[in-house]
Write a protein that binds this ligand. Structure first.
Ligand SMILES: [Zn+2]
Length: 240
């Protein structure tokens, strides 16, 4: 649903003040009040659309602008991620930008489903998050006797499964839904969810760039799978 937002106010707006002319009527005052509310709800959507446009149009100049304008890298990344994932006609003006952020990693039909449900039930961001979160899974057995340590130690001297470079180490999966593989605050995913990666590829797979969450996760899991196939071939993992 398209909501027209009118920013025009009488008087003068500067970065630190709104100066209104004397004697504007109540209706106009209320209109401005609603407009401000809309602006604060909309700014991350606008910023995201503006940034995606800039990236597509200006390339190098875009990167320089990002460095000089002073938005935090996280703000830029999040705004672009949501703007590029959630199409304009899917967005709901009844919900906040944070609601949209929560559904951004879904494909469009699921985005629509979750946003419609949130709108219908008037869910807060926390309620939507709780509804989306998969049911708690049993904690995975976490190397009770140190049996899995060999999986990590064995990476020594292996080549990177991503670039083929030398000096790989076993890098724990850190992408989407890694909590289901045992990852928690200060706790890594299961040792079997590791990939032989060189330092450079490890850093790359552990870092987000704008809008790459789903893609990066899929690639990381592919690298984990390739690593486990290699472990089977090398006899580190044995099928009995
Ligand atoms: Zn590598």
């Amino acid at each position: 649903m398209e909501n027209t937002i009118v920013l025009a106010t009488p008087g003068r707006i500067t970065s630190t003040a709104l100066t209104l002319p004397s004697r504007i009527d109540y209706a106009e005052w209320e209109h401005i009040l609603r407009g401000f509310r809309n602006v604060s709800q909309s700014i991350m959507f606008w910023l995201g659309d503006l940034l995606v446009y800039g990236r597509d149009e200006y390339g190098e100049q875009f990167s320089q602008a990002i460095d000089t304008v002073g938005y935090s890298p996280e703000t830029v990344r999040n705004a672009m991620w949501v703007a590029s994932r959630v199409a304009g006609d899917v967005r709901s003006d009844k919900l906040s930008w944070s609601h949209h952020q929560l559904v951004a990693h879904f494909e469009q039909p699921d985005q629509q489903k979750w946003l419609a449900t949130a709108e219908k039930n008037e869910w807060t961001v926390a309620e939507l998050r709780a509804a989306i979160r998969p049911p708690e899974v049993e904690p995975l057995p976490k190397d009770p006797k140190g049996d899995y340590a060999k999986l990590l130690k064995d990476a020594k001297g292996k080549d990177c499964v991503k670039c083929g470079g030398p000096d790989a180490m076993a890098a724990h999966y850190s992408g989407m839904h890694s909590n289901r593989l045992g990852k928690a605050m200060g706790k890594k995913a299961h040792d079997l969810a590791t990939a032989y990666l060189c330092h450079r590829c490890h850093t790359e797979m552990d870092s987000y760039a704008e809008g790459n969450d789903a893609e990066r996760s899929a690639e990381f899991l592919m690298l984990v799978m390739l690593t486990n196939i290699k472990r089977l071939e090398d006899g580190v993992l044995v099928v009995s």
